[in-house]
Design a protein around this ligand. Structure first.
Ligand code: ACO
Length: 376
């Protein structure tokens, strides 16, 4: 696409404010939360402690953060309107569409501007349990009673699958949640901030963000990664399948990033976490696809600097944890509620309504409306 002076399609390089939450360095391949490189945090940091870091801008007193554990545990109930919506949702509804409706229903009229930390905890605590309830509802299964002793990530799996819960899978998903908790001014967070800038409420803003996350060029990619691995099916089919797809100039999901022009640091960590839980044959297939895709990008787009993004090994991990592919993007959204809440709070600090411009390229003013039609 040719650049046009005064116009930034895709808003590349446009700086819309300040943030002390996460620092994304696309040239050096680093991601830092409030000064902590993600390699400091993953694996091993409870999601509650990452939430604490993002929402309080300080280290928790212990792991997992006692305050966040308490705040989230106190909020694991659903408003009556959400209960009614859940009961009425058609089980055939795709889970991401169901989540959009569920999320919207969490805004029961009690949220306003400015967003508060307590509202952030509501969002973080309620979305996973409401969504897990839908996943059971579509299978005709009853809800699982909340166990207050379980942490945030384990509660999500327990609410969805009941017993038994495999500790290794919880730890892998915990790492995924930590890594997906925030990521600078990405497209869905921007949508959230635009909504907050108009003094809308947190739930409305998060619903807007979820709509943006849905797109396959953003958070909607991981189930397509699983689909790609399924279609390829065997390591020896990877090279010809990818070559054919590249020749047709089709997108390879799970590769490429607007900001990272070297390895996405989350990808390497997710690969390590996936190794702990994925079936060896699936992992070998993914590793072969990664290798062959990188070779194909070098041949077909030598200047593009395309590497695996968060969705590639993220999909392998989520599949190994036992989540169905149509729950991958909703799970991404659940992990990102921490970042969404933190950005909503931050947006209120120096708020200004976001209102960019477009270059008008329609007909010049001065056209005359035919009088016979307007009846004047
Ligand atoms: N497969 C094929 N071609 C690609 C891919 C890919 N995965 N990624 C980038 N390209 C192409 C672009 O279309 C562009 O082509 P063009 O020059 O002919 O227009 C060229 O390579 C350069 O792309 P970039 O400028 O580096 O990246 P861009 O900002 O255009 O795209 C994006 C970034 C949307 C993520 C893209 O890489 C993509 O669509 N990837 C596949 C979908 C995906 O995995 N999405 C998840 C992203 S991670 C996240 O948002 C959570």
């Amino acid at each position: 696409m040719t650049a046009e002076p005064g116009l930034s399609r895709g808003l590349d390089g446009v700086v819309i404010g300040r943030s002390s939450l996460s620092q994304v360095d696309g040239e050096n391949g680093t991601l830092v939360y409030r000064g902590f490189d993600i390699h400091e945090l993953v694996p091993g940091t409870p999601y509650e402690s990452v939430v604490h870091l993002l929402l309080y801008d300080e280290l928790p007193g212990a792991d997992p953060s006692p305050e966040v554990v308490r705040e989230l545990a106190a909020r694991r109930t659903l408003p009556p309107i959400t209960e009614r919506v859940l009961a009425d949702l058609p089980p055939t509804l795709p889970p991401l569409e169901a989540m959009r409706t569920i999320l919207s229903s969490l805004g029961d009229g009690g949220y306003g501007y400015p967003p508060t930390r307590a509202q952030g905890f509501d969002l973080i605590a309620r979305l996973p349990i409401a969504f897990a309830r839908f996943v059971r509802h579509r299978q005709g299964l009853p809800p699982v009673p909340i166990d207050p002793e379980r942490g945030q990530v384990e509660t999500y799996l327990h609410q969805m699958f009941g017993e038994p819960i495999d500790g290794e899978r919880v730890r892998a998903l915990e790492g995924y949640f930590d890594l997906l908790a925030d990521h600078g001014m990405n497209a869905s967070t921007l949508a959230l901030c635009v909504a907050i800038s108009t003094e809308s409420d947190l739930i409305s803003a998060a619903t807007a963000a979820l709509g943006v996350l849905k797109g396959p060029r953003h958070g909607g990619a991981p189930s397509r990664v699983t689909e790609m691995l399924d279609r390829i099916g065997a390591t020896e089919r990877a090279a010809p399948w990818i070559e054919e797809r590249m020749a047709r100039k089709e997108i390879l999901y799970g590769f490429g990033h607007r900001v990272y022009k070297v390895d996405d640091p989350r990808s390497e960590l997710l690969h390590g976490l996936a190794k702990r839980v994925a079936a060896p044959s699936r992992l070998a297939l993914a590793e072969t696809v990664e290798r062959e895709a990188l070779a194909a990008f070098r041949r077909h787009r030598p200047s593009a600097r395309i590497y695996p993004n968060v969705e590639f090994y993220g999909a392998v991990l989520l599949e190994a944890v036992g989540l169905p592919p149509d729950c991958f993007t909703p799970t991404f959204a659940i992990a990102r509620t921490a970042g969404w809440a933190a950005h909503a709070l931050e947006q209120t600090r120096e708020n200004r309504v976001m209102r960019p411009d477009v270059l008008y390229d329609g007909p010049p003013a001065g056209r005359v409306w035919p009088r016979a039609r307007s009846g004047r």
